[in-house]
Ligand binder design. Sequence first.
Ligand code: SF4
Length: 248
Amino acid sequence: METVRRKSLLYRSGLGFWCLNHVQGCAHGCRYPCYASLMARRYGRAKDDAEWRRPRLVEDAVDLLERELSRKRGRLDVVHLCLTTDPFMVGYPEVTASSLALVERLNAHGVRASVLTKGILPLELADARLDRRNVLGISLVSLDEGFRKRFEPGAAPYSERIAALERLHAAGCRTLVHIEPYPTPNIVKQDIRPLLDTVSFVDELYFGGWNYSPLAGAYADRDAFYREQGRIVRAFCRERHIRGTVDA
Ligand code: SF4
């Protein structure tokens, strides 16, 4: 796998939380479009889609993190993996190995990890050496594989993502489902309820609308649609005692 050099890994995102991205690019090639890919092309880190989909691993990421954690001792509570790539990228075991090593380093310094993927969460995340307060999440906006192949062509099939999350839940880990960007009916016709039922075991749920694309904006009843989906999601979370956030 190709590599890239970085001077630092940890940064506070514009969303207010700490995160790290130990890979440049992402083989999943999402077409919502992917905001990280748009930014990479705007700032010259990838010249086109093909280059974005050829991921490069940050060299010595664990050593880099170790040095930064020592300098920031006691100032971090939780670090998110990742905002501009996927920590468990399909087809790249080197990325998975690096992500596991980084989570282990964070936890060794008393820092929790939150991870989010469209790949397969490995069972090693339930290892007894790791912090049980880590939040392990998958992105999931549909159960329709036709939709997945169109918009998340390189990502893991939905059933495999869900099965991996459920295994970690059964092993006692804290799990999250991130339902964003949820598509409007002009993109795919679907009922959100079967999707919610499939992940009813999770501890946390985030629901958000579809941005960065004129597609969802073109749906005349967009606001009413998201109001209704939000109502369904809130009721579901209340019934199942799931910590839910609706942002749509
Ligand atoms: S998985 Fe995330 S980072 Fe990778 S292409 Fe999709 S949206 Fe972008």
